[in-house]
Write a protein that binds this ligand. Structure first.
Ligand code: AMP
Length: 491
């Protein structure tokens, strides 16, 4: 483990925290808006998408003559200054926030990726995971291609460049047919903005409008921030090209069944977003309501794990007419805090981040609601906190089915060995987190909450992988970089 930390330029203390931190999907954004301050608009949109990735942030712009880019490790607020944003002049812009999934957390892996090919500059921002990336890279490498990073965007740029003799639409079509797996892409050339969603529609991507400008974003909440209008979701297997003539759509594949990530609704997406016609807040609240029907546990008060459990807890409490309150206070001003490696430091960090309201908890049978249990770390700590504050009983209510399998499609839900529900029975998990009872939502309950049974990827909950399993070796896994050790956020 220490070696791994050294390889990534992290200290042992960072590693301790990294092991505790789940990783999540990325956020992508694009804007075609001659005459507008595209960098600033992209900057605000990235703020709205920050929940999708906190590892690195980047913005690329073009005025038609090359692409200018600024990207670095850190939060949007840390990466950009007024001076940087004012220096990024352009008519088209793309942005990315990243949390490392398959690639490691190196600056070289931050996005958008910019390269120069036959037709000029090209920038690529990706959310998802290409499962045949290693196989494709090996083929390209056999013909002399070199790779500087481990990100799929570099592979995608390489493929587009290989087909550069074709029109952009043909080159993109050929590239997408080569790729297997999950991708929501925003691509920029010197005169075009492109959005692509994989044939299964695994990751979200939507199209919006702001006056005469067109926008692409992982989630509709980015449009709301800019006062833009949501037009529609990009369809699975669709390439959208935006240029001076407007929006052109091309369906490159449409015969497969849709498999939108159900975990976007459980945890990742922001509650104020709508994805493929489903409002995230409403879906989460429904999950709580369904759990209330399935597991009507005898409790005096329902409290959420902030913030991910709030919608589910509201749904659970209202369905059963039980008193709901914010019994756990979250400190929102922690940011990036130095945390020592000792167990006592880690215990302190938990108290720093979350503190139960003793008056609400003491002597009560508490129903505590969270959206998911992955490794069990969060639940265990929270049950302990509630008991310390005098809860008489603690009942853990989880508004999703157990996470039993790794995700290979862009969300690093760890290795199977780290997924507590893959390793232990329900009662063993309950005992591990030290709760009086533990209830999960059923798969049927999840589908009822989402309003439909078909069209979702539930790989992490069902072990059914609709997009297939990853293929190929590990080319490029061992690139190292000397970088400033980066402290992990307290979660
Ligand atoms: P764990 O402590 O490993 O059981 O993780 C469960 C907690 O992390 C819950 O509070 C979830 O809301 C949250 N969570 C679930 N999936 C992820 C993810 N991919 N990235 C970050 N947090 C997550």
């Amino acid at each position: 483990m220490l070696n791994e930390g050294i390889e990534h330029g992290l200290t042992e203390a960072d590693n301790l925290w990294q092991k505790d931190k789940m990783e999540e999907a990325c956020g992508v954004f694009g804007i075609y808006a001659p005459g507008k301050d595209v960098a600033r608009l992209t900057y605000y949109a990235l703020y709205a998408l920050q929940h999708r990735g906190q590892e690195s942030a980047g913005i690329g712009v073009t005025e038609g003559n090359g692409i200018k880019i600024h990207k670095a490790m850190g939060l949007v607020s840390e990466v950009f200054t007024e001076q940087i944003i004012s220096g990024l002049k352009g008519d088209i812009g793309i942005g990315h926030v990243r949390y490392s999934t398959m690639g490691s957390n190196l600056a070289v892996n931050s996005e958008p990726l910019v390269c120069h090919y036959l037709k000029g500059d090209l920038a690529v921002a990706h959310n998802g995971n290409v499962i045949n990336a290693q196989e494709l890279k090996k083929k390209l490498a056999a013909n002399g291609a070199v790779f500087q990073s481990t990100i799929d965007s570099e592979l995608i740029a390489n493929l587009i460049a290989r087909y550069a003799q074709d029109t952009l639409e043909e080159a993109l079509t050929k590239t997408m047919i080569d790729l297997k797996g999950s991708y929501a892409l925003v691509i920029m050339t010197e005169d075009k903005l492109v959005g692509v969603r994989d044939p299964y529609g695994n990751r979200p991507l939507c199209l919006g409008k702001l006056d005469n400008a067109y926008l692409l974003a992982s989630e509709s909440c980015a449009f709301d921030v800019l006062g833009a209008e949501f037009i529609r979701d990009v369809a699975p297997g669709e390439i959208v090209i935006i240029d001076r003539q407007g929006v052109h759509s091309h369906q490159f594949l449409s015969s497969v069944e849709r498999a939108l990530c159900a975990f976007e609704f459980v945890y990742f997406a922001r509650p104020d977003s709508n994805i493929d016609g489903i409002n995230v807040m409403e879906a989460r609240r429904n999950m709580g309501r369904e759990l209330a029907k399935e597991s009507p546990v005898d409790v005096d008060i329902v409290i959420p794990v902030p913030d991910s459990g709030i919608a589910g807890a509201l749904g659970y409490a209202e369905a059963r007419n039980i008193f709901y309150d914010m019994g756990l206070m979250k400190n929102r001003y922690i940011g990036r805090t130095f945390i020592g490696p000792q167990q006592k430091d880690r215990d302190l960090a938990v108290h720093l981040k979350l503190n139960p309201v003793k008056r609400l908890i003491e002597g009560k049978k508490v129903g505590i609601v969270d959206d998911s249990i992955v490794r069990g770390t969060t639940s265990k700590r929270i049950v302990q906190l509630l008991r310390e504050k005098g809860a008489k009983e603690v009942h853990m209510l989880i508004t999703s089915p157990p996470v039993i399998a790794p995700c290979y499609y862009g969300i690093d839900t760890s290795e199977r060995a780290q997924l507590i529900a893959a390793q232990k029975s329900l009662d063993e998990v309950r005992a591990y987190i030290n709760a009086d009872s533990l209830s999960y939502l059923s798969m049927e309950g999840l589908y009822r909450a989402l309003g439909q049974e078909c069209g979702f990827c539930t790989a992490c909950l069902s072990e059914n992988y609709p997009l297939g399993l990853p293929v190929g070796g590990k080319l490029g896994k061992h690139i190292t970089e000397i970088s400033t050790p980066k402290r992990k956020e307290v979660r």
